[in-house]
Ligand binder design. Structure first.
Ligand code: TYD
Ligand code: MG
Length: 482
């Protein structure tokens, strides 16, 4: 079997070695050598400036010069996007799949990537598009079993499947079938027989993706690559994959919970701010078209729970933020958070201690954004602060002042407290983008007034507004009244 010439190139310093080595002899870095194809004759050395001048035109090694075109004279083909028929997916993609584009869909195992893409292809097949599902992970019968579950997708069983891991076979099939949309599930399972690395290795993934891209662009096939994510949440394989593709989507959520969010991390054809929310059911994923209604409806009325008016891209979203504060036996105490950034939690706790007289230095603090939603924005600070303070004081947040209704006493249940705002280091509350849209979303659900930087200039004011005083005679700082 003729193999192409390959070399192991250090991704840190560019040193080349004919063999794989754990440590780069050039710069001493560990684990940076990746297998790459090298041109025959010129060898890798030419990359490093080893080639001597070759007479006239040597700067371009004799290649004919290209002809630049004025941007205004460039012809564009305004190809209509391929609408997937799933409104949430189309919105995240910026209006649908762009023909000839390469999309990378990342997500941890079992989150529902294959299910989502089965649904997308099923819808497209139903709309008369040519589709192809390449499965390197599952057998054709396994994929069929999944498709059978997708009751709401009429075209799910019409999608042609190729269970294959050899890249050349896949490329030849693409050439022959010329689908409009192709899914590669997953990019880590395909391999190029000419490279010696194992499937999923950095060199293989890079080669597989770049050769697929060549064919996708040439034949105008919208290609979706499924990529695994590592335990830390980064897309496995080289980051170069993220540079190569046109669009990077992340499918996230907690496996045990039913909510999933689809988010764009990079999008050459649309905004990266959009997110779509889905729910996993027995018959596939169902779009949650009004997630705020869900989350507000499910919000608990207990100490440690507030509603955050967050923004998911251009769309306001109300989510419940919960906190639990309990005495710690550990030094340092535990800080556990789900759905928010750990560093923002540390900042909020520090400000609460310094400017609001609420020290958590001997308590474990747990914060959770309900539904497995991630809210990575400073606007979530105030919700975290209110949830933690309400949990520490054992009081239900409420805007009725000292006499706020008590659900346990059987009185009318007041609506949850909604809030948003960034907490500044000096204890001030700072405005965040789209304040009016957040307010109107809260109003839509009767969560009015909202605790916001406009109403409360400082964190102390916000705590005073949203947390009713504990009834006289209760403990000073003990647990709640249950
Ligand atoms: P899958 O799409 O295979 O995940 P991934 O490709 O990201 O690894 O499916 C993930 C899980 O979803 C699997 O454990 C079974 C479950 N599931 C449902 O709950 N309902 C369904 O209709 C389907 C198809 C899967
Ligand atoms: Mg899968």
């Amino acid at each position: 079997m003729a193999r192409v010439a390959t070399a192991h190139v250090c991704s840190a310093c560019g040193h080349q070695s004919p063999r794989w080595l754990g440590q780069c002899p050039g710069c001493g870095a560990w684990g940076t050598l990746n297998e790459e194809r090298v041109e025959r004759g010129g060898g890798g050395a030419s990359r490093r400036g080893g080639g001597a001048a070759r007479g006239p035109g040597a700067a371009g090694r004799g290649a004919p010069a290209g002809r630049p075109t004025r941007l205004g004279d460039v012809t564009t083909s305004r190809v209509p996007r391929l609408q997937t028929g799933l409104a949430e997916v189309d919105r995240v993609l910026g209006g649908g799949l762009v023909p000839g584009s390469l999309v990378l869909l990342g997500g941890s195992p079992g989150i529902g990537k294959s299910t989502l893409l089965n649904m997308v292809l099923g819808r497209l097949a139903d709309a008369g598009r040519r589709t192809l599902y390449v499965s390197g992970e599952e057998s054709a019968s396994q994929v069929r079993l999944r498709a059978e579950r997708l009751a709401g997708i009429p075209g799910a069983l019409d999608v042609p499947i190729l269970a294959e891991t050899d890249l050349d076979t896949v490329l030849s099939t693409l050439e022959q079938e010329r689908p409009d949309v192709c899914v590669i599930d997953s990019v880590q399972t395909l391999h190029d027989a000419e490279l010696s690395g194992a499937p999923g290795s950095v060199g293989q993934v890079r080669e597989v993706a770049s050769r697929l891209m060549g064919v996708a662009k040439r034949l105008d096939i919208a290609t979706v690559l499924v990529g695994h994510v590592t335990k830390e949440g980064a897309l496995a394989g080289p980051r170069v994959l993220e540079h190569l593709v046109d669009c990077v989507l992340q499918f996230e959520g907690e496996r045990e919970r039913t909510y999933r969010t689809l988010r764009a991390q990079k999008n050459r054809f649309g905004s990266t701010n959009e997110a779509g929310v889905f729910e996993m059911h027995g018959s596939g994923l169902v779009e949650v078209l009004d997630p705020s209604a869900r989350f507000v409806g499910e919000a608990t009325r207990a100490p440690g729970s507030v509603v955050l008016c967050a923004m998911e891209g251009s769309r306001p979203l109300l989510v419940e933020v919960q906190a639990l504060v309990s005495p710690s036996e550990l030094v340092p105490p535990r800080r556990v958070c789900n759905g928010i950034d750990r560093n923002r939690l540390a900042l909020v706790l520090a400000v609460l201690g310094r400017h609001a007289g609420l020290s958590t230095s001997t308590s474990d603090v747990f914060v959770n954004v309900v539904g497995g939603i991630r809210v990575d924005e400073p606007g979530a600070d105030l919700a975290v602060a209110l949830a933690v303070a309400s949990a520490a004081r054992g009081v239900v947040p409420g805007l009725g002042g000292p006499g706020a209704p008590d659900p346990q006493a059987g009185a009318t249940v007041a609506p949850p407290v909604a809030c948003f705002g960034e907490v500044g280091l000096t204890g001030e509350l700072r405005g965040v983008a789209h304040g009016d849209r957040r307010l109107s979303e809260a109003r839509k659900f009767g969560l009015d007034p909202v605790v916001s930087p406009e109403r409360c200039p400082t964190l102390r004011d916000a705590l005073r507004t949203a947390l009713p005083r504990r009834p006289q005679g209760g403990g000073r700082n003990g647990p709640g009244r249950e």
